[in-house]
Design a protein around this ligand. Structure first.
Ligand SMILES: Nc1ncnc2c1ncn2[C@@H]1O[C@H](COP(=O)(O)OP(=O)(O)OP(=O)(O)O)[C@@H](O)[C@H]1O
Ligand SMILES: Nc1ncnc2c1ncn2[C@@H]1O[C@H](COP(=O)(O)OP(=O)(O)OP(=O)(O)O)[C@@H](O)[C@H]1O
Ligand SMILES: [Mg+2]
Ligand SMILES: [Mg+2]
Lengths: 254, 254
């Protein structure tokens, strides 16, 4: 049974998509079969893997409307054993259409069906909100990975996010664990980053992952080439950091 | 009649809140009466001005539910003539409650009522989405200010945002103009930033503002002190850049 991990943070621009793509790719090159599901109507994970969000024959929206099965939505990326269920702007419709539906938080969990048997990991990239798309991911997931940049606003949002995860655990998904808090875009020369880093380690010590992702421009360049950073520049600090993260995630129990 | 400006970009972490706070403060010290409205349930603009999002007696949510008039929701900040209508997590409720309501995109425009007569500028900080809260801001606004970091994903989202603005102009708010695209977190030593900067200038030349905001750590430090950057470190590059932006905005016709 594959492990399902939701990459979530309602704070914008903290590195959710960068983490979802590069963790997935690092797991795939480590021999794991990985399915990356893009749940953000912006379609950044789809774009970052080189797919066009405007010419998709099918997308994850078709899963929410029930028109397609999950395995009909799978595309192969340029990285062996990294497969993608893409998203595009149509997905905005799902948020609105789900509001009145029965079992609206369970649509994705039900839709994943057989996929968890075919893949070792299913990674879900979420939009910067705690709306129905993210709630579907939290309900379907075994664990939550929380990317967080070491800055003030990102730290303020963490308390509320952990509270929401606890509410989901109590009412929708009792098995939901926290995979960990991943500190991203970290620059050791920057006082603010160091202060926030220490504060988060102090408050949430047991939840913070060993791996930290440094600020590294190569990570921001890779998506414009439609490739994970491992493909774009394997020797970069960014690639090495995500490779280390994959190793750490693989040591966690399924 | 005061000018109403919505600060919008569905891409997360591009500097919407930093722009809303520091443009507002710069306009206030230039002698303008400014009302900043926080429309993000994260409450970052509220937080960044030193207010607690957990102990608010009233908030902008009360405007959406019709329980309060706008002028009952105004708080004075530490900067003279910079007033705030705060937000907190309750605002998440408004998104869901508005879905089935009549004239759901016009609630804020109607709610602003007399405020536009009392203030020279009303600035609205929006969440990283194009949902009903942002649509309410676009419907109530005279113009839209679009902060954009010079990176790949932010550039990809711009096309879709401009299309949405055009749709709002045609169906909800014919008077809606574009105040401009503000390039943020710009680091001239960074190739990617320079490439994206040139590309945006090339494609959207007439819409790009003269002012550019450099990457400057002081801007990220100021919110942890609950002060606009002009209060925190007036000599910093960040403060000077937002001051120049305010000057530019004041030269635009109302
Ligand atoms: N470690 C890093 N070093 C430098 N740049 C980074 C790093 N991680 C991400 N970036 C860049 O920062 C920006 C924000 O990252 P990303 O888009 O992955 O965040 P996100 O949380 O998915 O954003 P959103 O909330 O819009 O979904 C992107 O331009 C990305 O390329
Ligand atoms: N010019 C800048 N230089 C350095 N840091 C900046 C700059 N502008 C903003 N920041 C920091 O970058 C982060 C993102 O900015 P901000 O929160 O204003 O973006 P946002 O678009 O409002 O995000 P969200 O999409 O979550 O609402 C914050 O930690 C902020 O302090
Ligand atoms: Mg993203
Ligand atoms: Mg913001």
């Amino acid at each position: 049974m594959g492990k399902v991990i939701a990459v979530v943070n309602q704070k914008g621009g903290v590195g959710k998509t960068t983490t979802a793509i590069n963790l997935s790719a690092s797991l795939a090159v480590s021999g794991k079969k990985v399915l990356l599901i893009d749940l953000d109507p912006q379609g950044n994970a789809t774009d970052g893997l080189g797919f066009s969000t405007t010419h998709l024959p099918v997308s994850v929206y078709d899963l929410f409307t029930g028109r397609k099965e999950i395995l009909e939505l799978v595309f192969k990326s340029t990285t062996p054993w990294l497969h993608l269920v893409p998203a595009n702007i149509n997905l905005v419709g799902a948020e609105v259409e789900l509001v009145g539906a029965y079992g609206r938080e369970f649509v994705l969990k039900t839709g994943l069906g057989k996929a968890a048997e075919r893949y070792d990991y299913i990674i879900m990239d979420c939009p910067p909100s705690l709306g129905l798309l993210t709630l579907n991911a939290l309900t379907a997931a075994h664990s939550v990975l929380i990317p967080m940049q070491c800055e003030y606003y990102a730290m303020r949002g963490l308390q509320h996010l952990l509270k929401t995860i606890e509410q989901v655990r109590q009412s929708l998904n009792p098995a939901l664990q926290i995979e960990g808090i991943l500190l991203t875009m970290f620059d050791g020369r920057n006082n603010l980053n160091r202060q926030v880093f220490d504060e988060v380690q102090g408050h949430f010590n047991d939840k913070v992952l060993e791996s930290t992702i440094p600020r590294n421009i190569i990570l921001a360049e890779a998506p414009s080439h439609g490739r994970p950073v491992l493909d774009y520049d394997v020797g970069s600090k960014g690639a090495q950091a995500y490779f280390a993260l994959a190793k750490e995630v693989m040591t966690h129990a399924a």
